[in-house]
Write a protein that binds this ligand. Structure first.
Ligand SMILES: [Zn+2]
Length: 434
C-alpha cells in the first residue's frame, strides 16, 4: 500500500510538475487532479441552488465564474441580454370533473390565455394504432402519457398536449365514461415577463495572436434542479480548462474564449444572443467546442455525424427564422414547454471529425458518434461555425431533483476535459488555417 502511494505520489508530482513544465500536449500529459479540482466548482455552484434567471443563485453563479476566470488570468466580459418569459399565474385542469395536475403541458403560451371546456383526444404512445391516432390532431387538445414523443406529436399542430403521469392517465382511460364522451376543463393564464441574463466570457489572448479564435463553452443555468450534471459539471470543466490553457499561453497561436452561456435551458437563448452580438469576430472563429453534462462514467457522446448541413451562407450570421429568438420556450409553474419546428443544422467538417477521432484514439477512449445533441452549439452550427458538443451519461434524469453533486464523477470531467483540450490544442497551436 505504502509503495503504491509513493509510486502514485511520484506520478502525481511528476505529472503535475511535468504538466506545468512540459509543452502543451494534453495527449502526452494531462493533469491528474483536473477532475478533483472541477469537483470543487460543482459543489460550490450547486450550493447556490437552482440557477434560473432573476434568482440570487444565478447572480452568485455568474460572479463565481467571472472570479474563477479572472483568477486563471483571463480578461472577462459579461454579455447581458434580455428575453421574454411566460409566467403562468393560473393553471387548472380537470378531466371528467376530477382535478389533475399535469406532468408537462406542451403549448405556445405567447398566443394568449386559454379557457376551454369540451372534448379532447387521447393518444396512447405504446399502442399499435398510434400512427392512425396522429392523423387529425390539428387544433385539438391531446391527452397522453410518457413515453409519448412530444416532438413528432407537435409536428401535427395540436392546440395543447397535456402529459399526465401514468397512473392518472390509466385511471381516466379506464373510467366507465363511454369513449368520445370524456370532457376536459382546462384554464391556463399568466403574463409575459422580460428577464435579463448573462453570457460570461473569459478571454485568453496569446502574446502574438493570429486573427482567429476558438470558443469553448458550457451553459451555467439549470432547470428544475441543482443541475450538478446539467450543467455544473460542464461549467466546472470549462473553468479548469481555462486554468490549464492559461498555463500554456505562450504556446497558443489563437485566442481562446471560454464562454458560459445563460438561458440554455430556455432554448439556447444565450448562445443565439452571443452569435447576434459577435457576428464580426465569429467570421474568424475556427471552432466552437461545447460541454454539456459530463459527470458520468457511462457512454460518451460527441456530436460528429451531421457533417455540414443547413448552415448559414454567411459565416457568423444566423439566417434561419428562429421562433424562440429572445423568447423562453419552457417555464414554471406548470412545467410548460413550447415546441415548434427547431431548425437543425450541423457544421462538422471532415478535419474536425478526424481531429476528434485522432485524439480519442490516442487516449484509447471509446465514444459514441451522434448528431443533433440539443445544446448551445446548435446556434453556432446555424451560423456556419465548425462546432461539436460532448456529453457523458451518468444515468440520472436531468431537470429533476435527482441531479445532485453526489452523482457526479470527477473522472467524467477529467475524461471530457482532456478530449476537449486535445482537440483544441491541435488547432490552437497550429499556424494552418482550417
Ligand atoms: Zn444542459
Amino acid at each position: 500500500m505504502l509503495l503504491l502511494r509513493i509510486s502514485f505520489l511520484i506520478i502525481f508530482l511528476f505529472e503535475g510538475n511535468f504538466c506545468k513544465a512540459q509543452s502543451l500536449d494534453p495527449v502526452a500529459a494531462f493533469p491528474l487532479e483536473f477532475g478533483e479540482k472541477a469537483m470543487v466548482h460543482v459543489k460550490n455552484i450547486c450550493a447556490f441552488g437552482e440557477r434560473g434567471d432573476g434568482t440570487e443563485a444565478a447572480k452568485k453563479t455568474v460572479d463565481y465564474i467571472g472570479n474563477e476566470f479572472t483568477k486563471a488570468g483571463l480578461e472577462i466580459e459579461k454579455d447581458t441580454f434580455s428575453y421574454s418569459a411566460f409566467e403562468a399565474k393560473k393553471i387548472a385542469l380537470a378531466i371528467d370533473g376530477k382535478k389533475i395536475i399535469a406532468k408537462q403541458i406542451i403549448l405556445n403560451p405567447y398566443k394568449g390565455n386559454i379557457r376551454y371546456k369540451g372534448s379532447f383526444l387521447f393518444f396512447y404512445p405504446d399502442s399499435s394504432l398510434s400512427r392512425q391516432m396522429m392523423q387529425n390532431m390539428r387544433g385539438k387538445i391531446i391527452v397522453t402519457k410518457d413515453p409519448a414523443d412530444y416532438y413528432s406529436l407537435s409536428n401535427r399542430s395540436p392546440w395543447v398536449i397535456i402529459v399526465l403521469d401514468k397512473p392518472d392517465f390509466d385511471r381516466v382511460v379506464r373510467s366507465k365514461i363511454p369513449a368520445g364522451s370524456h370532457e376536459i376543463n382546462f384554464n391556463f393564464s399568466g403574463k409575459i415577463r422580460i428577464l435579463q441574463s448573462v453570457n460570461v466570457v473569459g478571454i485568453l489572448k496569446p502574446t502574438q495572436p493570429d486573427s482567429g479564435e476558438i470558443i469553448l463553452s458550457a451553459h451555467w443555468d439549470s432547470y428544475n434542479s441543482a443541475g450538478a450534471d446539467d450543467n455544473a459539471s460542464g461549467v466546472a470543466t470549462l473553468i479548469e480548462l481555462a486554468r490549464y490553457f492559461s498555463l500554456h499561453k505562450t504556446e497558443l497561436k489563437t485566442t481562446l474564449k471560454f464562454v458560459s452561456f445563460g438561458a440554455e435551458e430556455k432554448g439556447t437563448i444565450g448562445a443565439v444572443a452571443y452569435v447576434d452580438h459577435h457576428r464580426n469576430e465569429l467570421k474568424n472563429c475556427k471552432l466552437m467546442f461545447n460541454i454539456d453534462g459530463v459527470s458520468g462514467l457511462r457512454d460518451i457522446y460527441v456530436d460528429l455525424t451531421g457533417k455540414v448541413e443547413n448552415i448559414s451562407p454567411e459565416k457568423g450570421v444566423i439566417r434561419e427564422k428562429l421562433y424562440f429568438r429572445n423568447m423562453a420556450l419552457r417555464g414554471k409553474p406548470g412545467n410548460w414547454f413550447w415546441i415548434e419546428e427547431y431548425p437543425m443544422a450541423s457544421d462538422v467538417p471532415k478535419w474536425l471529425w478526424l481531429d476528434v477521432i485522432d485524439v480519442c484514439n490516442a487516449f484509447n477512449t471509446k465514444i459514441n458518434q451522434v448528431s443533433g445533441i440539443g445544446s448551445d452549439h446548435q446556434a453556432f452550427a446555424l451560423a456556419g461555425i465548425p462546432c461539436t458538443s460532448i456529453t457523458i451519461d451518468n444515468g440520472i434524469e436531468t431537470h429533476t431533483s435527482a441531479d445532485t453533486p453526489e452523482k457526479v464523477h470527477p473522472e467524467g470531467m477529467w475524461i471530457a476535459g482532456r478530449i476537449v483540450a486535445g482537440v483544441v490544442a491541435k488547432i490552437a497551436k497550429s499556424e494552418i488555417a482550417k
